[in-house]
Write a protein that binds this ligand. Structure first.
Ligand SMILES: CC(C)(COP(=O)(O)OP(=O)(O)OC[C@H]1O[C@@H](n2cnc3c(N)ncnc32)[C@H](O)[C@@H]1OP(=O)(O)O)[C@@H](O)C(=O)NCCC(=O)NCCS
Length: 152
């Protein structure tokens, strides 16, 4: 049986998380060229880890994915990053991280968990209960404005 733990990331994991982010992002075929041309896009700020807003999911003792949150000025919470090891996709890791982040956001009084989603991930976010709110421009092209209501 698999053992699954979700816990706060620690500062010494910064490099490992960035390496995971790179592997996960490069696995999106359409993003590869832009990412390789802009390696600075891969960064997991130490301050965000230190502030307790980055969560890792360990599957059988190894980090399988992580998510990062940012509080928004309007009281909602932004899902600022979500990455799963490419060879562990479609095993529910992303969904568990979203559910954990939704609980954290709710506990802080947010009404919504928001994300500027990569179009590659639209089906994933819809399946996790996010709704489409429109489009925005990002450094790497169009982004999906999505939000998940945290109260019924
Ligand atoms: C998007 C991502 C986080 C999804 O993580 P995951 O662990 O594979 O997702 P889950 O296994 O929890 O998927 C939950 C559901 O989402 C949907 N889903 C997930 N990936 C999907 C895909 N590629 N195509 C269609 N539906 C998908 C399915 O309904 C899935 O349930 P099912 O497997 O029972 O059918 C992961 O693919 C990833 O890290 N991608 C690269 C980085 C990225 O794009 N992150 C998002 C930035 S906004």
């Amino acid at each position: 049986m698999d053992s699954i733990i979700i816990r706060n990331a620690i500062v010494s994991e910064k490099a490992a998380l960035e390496a995971l982010q790179l592997r996960a992002s490069l696995a999106n075929e359409g993003d590869r060229a832009a990412l390789l041309a802009n390696p600075d896009a891969i960064e997991q700020p130490i301050e965000q880890i230190a502030s307790g807003d980055v969560f890792v999911l360990e599957l059988n003792g190894k980090i399988a994915g992580f998510a990062a949150l940012i509080p928004k000025p309007d009281g909602d919470t932004e899902l600022d990053g979500l990455f799963v090891e490419p060879d562990l996709r479609r095993r529910g890791v992303g969904r568990l991280l979203v559910e954990h982040c939704a609980q954290i956001a709710l506990s802080k009084g947010s009404l919504n968990l928001c994300v500027i989603g990569n179009p590659h991930a639209e089906a994933f976010y819809l399946s996790c209960g996010f709704e489409m709110g429109g489009w925005t421009e990002t450094r790497f092209g169009p982004g999906l404005l999505m939000r998940k209501r945290l109260l019924a």
